[in-house]
Write a protein of this length. Structure first.
Length: 362
């Protein structure tokens, strides 16, 4: 028994020696406990000063060794408990995910990016890291990229894509049968239902394309435009829409996507003209009305989604999605009202070009 205790104690002391060598500034809990308990045991026994001093010394040594063994065992037991708790939590999370994913729309089996939310999460995580940390560091000592032609092509390409998605949303439901009230998801494989699924997936994918907005800011060293609100909006949209497409591709949850496509036609037309250069800025007098259109968009979204809470009976399959859309629309309505007030009420004192939303360096 004593040999086993000594072996455990030697292992514990070896750990302490390794820690002291490679992590000199970190003091382990085990080391601290052993020293405290060893000193306590020594104080208790060392008071017996008699002719058996050697035996007392042996008792001190054995007492410290036993305390060392007990402390090491206690630390190992705690580690095992933590590992077991983490393992149980992981197993429960996997089981919950497996049960939850069974309810996904089978029509999306094998579609790009739709196998699980992890590819989307990875892309969004990489995007956030690049635009908030890596990108600005890489550009710190470099000249801004000249991207005028690329941005012009990009902006008008998004206009074309948004026009196409607007048409597809209309033809797959919103102009061919939806009531604008309680429109549930059609999970059939009819041509119209499958057309809506394809349009929803395309809208989801377009959110990845729009991440280029922020990347262009970083490459042009317009870091003041990489705001929390901007990054949050571009991050949350593809992630939430993965769940929307995976479980509810259609129905009243797509109304805000239709409106968003219409607004993006206006927005990216503005961005496209702006990217053409100062000679075209005189045509951007309608920028204030573009912001008003965005406000109308969020009002329509919150009102349309909010009606589900006053209907007597609406068997929409995923009410949680309606709450998320309503919350998101309400939040951005407040933020845009705040922006509109400061830009166009207090902003009347700004120079004309600033009031039009155009800076001299654009």
């Amino acid at each position: 028994m004593l040999m086993l205790e000594e072996d455990i104690c030697r292992k514990c002391e070896l750990k302490r020696d390794l820690q002291r060598e490679y992590f000199p500034n970190v003091k382990s809990v085990v080391d601290s406990d052993i020293q405290t308990q060893d000193r306590s045991a020594t104080r208790k026994i060392s008071g017996q000063q008699n002719e058996n001093g050697d035996e007392v010394g042996q008792m001190n040594s054995n007492g410290g060794r036993l305390l060392c063994v007990a402390s090491c065992n206690e630390g190992q037991h705690h580690k095992n408990q933590v590992k077991m708790a983490f393992s149980n939590l992981t197993s429960k999370a996997i089981l919950l995910y497996d049960e939850w994913i069974k309810d996904a729309d089978p029509r999306l089996e094998g579609w790009p990016l739709m196998s699980s939310p992890f590819p989307t999460t990875f892309i969004i995580g990489t995007y956030v890291y690049f635009v908030t940390s890596l990108g600005p560091k890489l550009m710190e000592n470099k000249k801004p990229f000249e991207l005028r032609q690329i941005m012009t092509f990009y902006n008008f390409s998004v206009v074309a894509l948004s026009l196409y998605m607007t048409y597809e949303f209309l033809m797959s439901g919103w102009a061919t049968g939806y009531s604008f009230r309680c429109d549930i998801v059609d999970y059939s494989r009819s041509p119209t239902a499958l057309r809506m699924v394809r349009t929803c997936w395309l809208y989801f994918f377009s959110k990845f394309i729009e991440l280029l907005d922020t990347i262009f800011f970083v490459l042009r060293k317009k870091n003041n435009q990489v705001t929390f609100l901007h990054v949050f909006h571009h991050s949350i949209m593809p992630w939430t829409w993965w769940f929307g497409v995976k479980f509810a591709a259609g129905g009243l949850g797509t109304f805000h996507a239709l409106l968003n496509c219409i607004v993006h036609v206006v927005m990216y037309t503005y961005y496209g003209i702006c990217s053409l250069g100062p000679a075209y800025h005189k045509y951007l007098w309608w920028k204030k009305y573009m912001t008003t259109i965005q406000l109308v968009q969020f009002i329509m979204i919150t009102v349309h989604i909010g009606q589900i809470y006053v209907m007597d009976d609406c068997p929409y399959q995923y009410p949680i999605f309606m709450f998320i859309i309503w919350l998101y629309g309400s939040m951005f309505l407040v933020l845009f009202l705040h922006f509109w007030y400061h830009a166009y009420t207090k902003g009347q004192r700004l120079p004309k070009m600033a009031r039009n939303g155009i800076s001299k360096d654009q």
